[in-house]
Design a binder for this molecule. Structure first.
Ligand code: SF4
Length: 367
């Protein structure tokens, strides 16, 4: 099969490794661009949230490049995410694409279906279950490493002496990781990347502002969707901390949900799960306030109900805990320059707060 899948941050590097080693050709999902979004917007329902549109655009671009199969995830719970792969399938079939869409629901939702789909991929690739476990473990190692290297790049960038240097080194690291095939090569690549990043000239005398990034998982993880909010802030000399990484989310959600503590943290403000990452956005803001962060930025897709609910509660959290929150709602009209201006204004506000202290700025919308 010629397989493609969603583009979400850097995870495609690990998924590519897995699918290729299971005997299939991979059509790598192109990094989203404005063309991807335009394609999605053209064929998706107008009021669908922006992740549906960008994924539809990604699938269309992958099909144009020769993919005949899309592997994607479903979902359960109160938000629309679980419906999206089925809607994608209907739209693509309606457009005349005769492609195979393999939808993985969470394993505990239908374990038989989950393993029968893996079995189908193995059978068509001529691989055994033993080979699957081996390759799965290697791909997981790669995914963990991608997250580790990205976290390190975020720690280093606010201190870099030459603006843009960390990003250049980080991009080289991604190529090195992509090329590593065995567990030994992956380990060696990790050591090389850590060394490269740690050798970046830095100014340790800086005392950067600290901002936590919260919001809906796809927009948080995919830089094209969030207008590269982390790199933009870090190149302004601000330290960021992202609330979600794919490996951490998978550990906490795929088999058994272990996010109980974040629900407990959010409970005084929100007593029910509302789907997506709505409750997480509240809990994480509280944790960022308790951990001495200067501010929080919520990135939310337009029409995302869980994030709209969270946004309506965040002003109260912000007032009670004295932590400014900027909400950025992203849709197809959002422009990078506009987001940059709002970020600069927010950073300015946080600097004034740090200098003069005591002011309660509350939560405000960036739109
Ligand atoms: S969490 Fe929000 S953006 Fe994501 S699928 Fe659900 S409603 Fe859409």
């Amino acid at each position: 099969m010629k397989i493609s899948f969603p583009h979400m941050g850097t995870s495609h590097i690990a998924f590519k490794h897995l699918i290729e080693h299971l005997g299939h050709e991979v059509i790598p999902p192109p990094a989203p661009t404005s063309r991807t979004l335009d394609l999605g917007v053209k064929y998706a329902p107008e009021f669908a949230c922006v992740p549906l549109k960008i994924l539809l655009g990604t699938y269309l671009e992958a099909l144009e490049k020769g993919a005949d199969t899309i592997i994607t995830s479903g979902g359960v719970g109160p938000c629309r995410a679980g419906l999206y792969p089925y809607l994608h399938e209907r739209i693509l079939k309606g457009l005349g694409y005769d492609c195979n869409i393999i939808i993985f629901e969470p394993p505990l939702y239908n374990i038989k279906d989950f393993f029968s789909k893996i079995g189908y991929i193995l059978k068509t690739g001529g691989k055994s279950w033993r080979q699957f476990w081996r390759e799965f473990k290697t791909a997981w190692l790669k995914l963990c490493m991608l997250d580790d290297i990205e976290i390190l790049s975020h720690e280093i960038r606010p201190y870099e002496v030459e603006k843009g240097y960390t990003t250049r080194v980080y991009k080289e690291c991604l190529k090195v990781i992509d090329q590593a095939q065995t567990r030994e090569e992956i380990q060696a690549a990790k050591e090389l990347c850590i060394e490269k990043l740690k050798n970046i000239p830095r100014d340790p005398s800086r005392n950067p502002l600290k901002i936590g990034i919260i919001g809906e998982i796809y927009v948080v993880l995919e830089p094209f969707m969030n207008m590269d909010v982390e790199v933009t802030l870090e190149e302004m000399g601000v330290a960021t901390h992202r609330s979600i990484y794919l490996t951490q989310w998978t550990r906490q959600n795929l088999i058994v949900n272990t996010e109980g503590s974040i629900y407990k943290t959010a409970f005084p403000y929100l007593k029910k799960k509302i789907g997506g990452h709505g409750i997480n956005s509240i809990g994480e803001t509280i944790l960022y306030a308790r951990n001495g962060f200067d501010g929080v930025i919520q990135v939310a897709p337009f029409t995302c109900i869980p994030e709209i609910v969270a946004k309506s509660i965040l002003p109260e959290v912000s007032r009670d805990l004295d932590i400014p929150v900027l909400s950025l709602t992203i849709d197809e009209q959002t422009a990078k320059a506009g987001v940059q201006t709002r970020l600069e204004a927010f950073v300015d506000l946080l600097q004034q707060k740090r200098l003069h202290g005591g002011l309660n700025y509350g939560s405000f919308s960036g739109n």
